[in-house]
Design a protein around this ligand. Structure first.
Ligand code: ADP
Length: 160
């Protein structure tokens, strides 16, 4: 059986914090699927297609990582694709309660699926998609916070 992990999130846009988590988990699994959520509750800066393009460009060095979209429950997607592990990143304590609730909810509906929480590296623990959008809209420098392709894509969006 091949070991498949899914890393779900909004990735609006992908940050160096996300890239760091994916770099660290990709050697642990045969395949890692970065699953872009098409959340009905959040207004996004980038379309799912744009987000997918930015993720693929940022992770082209990793051969066992692919990017996909989903509308419904992550666990339904996982059952369909034979994936066993949900990976989530943990930054500050404020992430904890949300992640614990999600993990327990997923355990309830799909007991065979495990959630793996990975601590953010110290240099990225303060980096969030929301924060980099704030910075970008207010003219702050994004170097080291997001991949170069994301810097360029954000500059284009902001000019529009
Ligand atoms: P969501 O909207 O589902 O929280 P995000 O794209 O914001 O999606 O984040 C996806 C996952 O990556 C979450 O588990 C989040 O905690 C984690 N994450 C976000 N930023 C970082 C970071 N800087 N370092 C480590 N993990 C992170």
């Amino acid at each position: 059986m091949s070991r498949v992990a899914v890393y779900p999130g909004s990735f609006d846009p992908i940050t160096m914090g996300h890239v760091d988590i994916i770099n660290r988990i990709s050697p642990l699994y045969d395949e890692v699927i970065v699953l872009v959520a098409q959340s009905s509750q959040k207004q996004s800066l980038f379309t799912p297609e744009e987000r997918r393009g930015l993720i693929e460009s940022s992770l082209s060095h990793l051969k066992n990582v692919k990017v996909d979209f989903f509308h419904g429950l992550t666990t339904d997607y996982m059952k369909k694709h034979g994936a066993q592990v949900i990976v989530r990143g943990l930054r500050a304590v404020v992430d904890f309660e949300y992640e614990m609730t999600m993990a327990n909810m997923n355990k309830k509906i799909a007991p065979e699926i495990e959630t793996l929480l990975v601590f953010a590296s110290p240099e990225y623990y303060y980096v969030s998609s929301r924060g980099v959008k704030e910075l970008a809209f207010n003219g702050g420098a994004l170097k080291d916070l997001v991949p170069q392709v994301v810097i360029e894509a954000m500059q284009k969006k902001i000019k529009k």
